[in-house]
Design a protein around this ligand. Structure first.
Ligand code: SAM
Length: 288
């Protein structure tokens, strides 16, 4: 039975969040907007139609426009023209919140630039859902989206995040997650706490918690399918003493140049690279 309230919406662009799994994780306001907007736009029109069917919302004779990464330049003028005509346009990405690792950014930017109203109907997003169940600190987090596909670029990206004093949150594909966890253990240290949150809000929802080396070994041994979020605890750089850093640098210098040892230990500990480099220089000098 439909519970949406049909109403007259002010002209503008309405960004509506949709469920990331459980269809009933939709807000009443999103249902109202989907029932009322003059024009509907979606990253995946079939998914939106299905969601509307589940919730008893008829499309009627309203247009449903596909808007995604590959046709944005062509579809945007049509949606802006509708707003220029005083119409309300509701946009949904395939799942979760538009613009969070999903399209919608250029459309929202164009709507603002043209002076139309931009309204958010907030709701599910995998990043927030994962944070609430991972068991890692939520007071500060950094959402890093998807890491690059190639190992070298992925490691460079991870090194840049090593010292961030916040829980790191990544979206990842099941195909790459084992390699990603392996690289994260190598770059950030295998002892760092982490969580792998899979199929959130769905039937086979699962959260694996452990240190990076454990999660990497498990992902390599038992590949899992489905949608996943990887969270990595912040490095405990505050708790690392200079003696610890010196010990790590000494060991690293047995196999690496001063520069590489400084990069490696700084990334692993989250300490400032300049400081670690000075220590590495001194220790390399002492050893000569
Ligand atoms: N806009 C969405 C949001 O607000 O979360 C994200 C879209 S992004 C293209 C899709 C990625 O989000 C997936 O590859 C996965 O990393 C994550 N994701 C989406 N749904 C999920 C779920 N139910 N459980 C775990 N991760 C999910």
């Amino acid at each position: 039975m439909a519970i949406a309230n049909k109403q007259t919406l002010a002209p503008g662009l309405y960004l509506v969040a949709t469920p990331i799994g459980a269809a009933r994780d939709i807000t009443l306001r999103t249902l109202d907007i989907l029932a009322s907007a003059d024009v509907l736009a979606a990253e995946d029109t079939r998914s939106l139609r299905k969601l509307m069917d589940i919730h008893g919302i008829a499309l009627g004779d309203r247009p449903l426009v596909a808007y995604h990464d590959h046709n944005g330049d062509r579809a945007r003028p049509r949606l802006l023209a509708a707003m220029a005509d005083g119409k309300s346009v509701a946009y949904a990405s395939e799942a979760g919140t538009p613009m969070v690792a999903d399209p919608g950014f250029d459309l929202a930017g164009a709507a603002v630039a043209e002076g139309y109203g931009l309204i958010s109907a907030p709701g599910p997003s995998a990043v927030i859902t994962a944070l609430t169940v991972a068991g890692l600190a939520t007071d500060k987090f950094l959402f890093a989206g998807f890491l690059p596909n190639t190992a070298s670029q992925r490691k460079t990206a991870l090194k840049a995040l090593a010292g961030v004093p916040a829980t790191l949150v990544f979206y990842e594909s099941p195909k790459r997650v084992a390699a990603m966890l392996r690289d994260a253990a190598e770059v950030l240290g295998g002892a760092r706490e982490a969580a792998l949150c899979r199929e959130l809000t769905k039937k086979f929802e699962e959260v694996q918690r452990g240190c990076l080396s454990e999660l990497a070994a498990e992902a390599a041994a038992n590949p899992r399918k489905g949608e996943m979020v990887v969270l990595i605890a912040r490095g405990d750089s505050e708790n690392i003493s200079e003696d610890d850093v010196e010990g790590m640098v000494t060991r690293a210098l047995e196999e690496m140049s001063v520069r590489d040892a400084a990069d490696y230990v700084a990334a692993k500990t989250g300490q400032k690279r300049r400081m670690v480099y000075q220590i590495a220089l001194r220790l390399a000098g002492d050893a000569e």
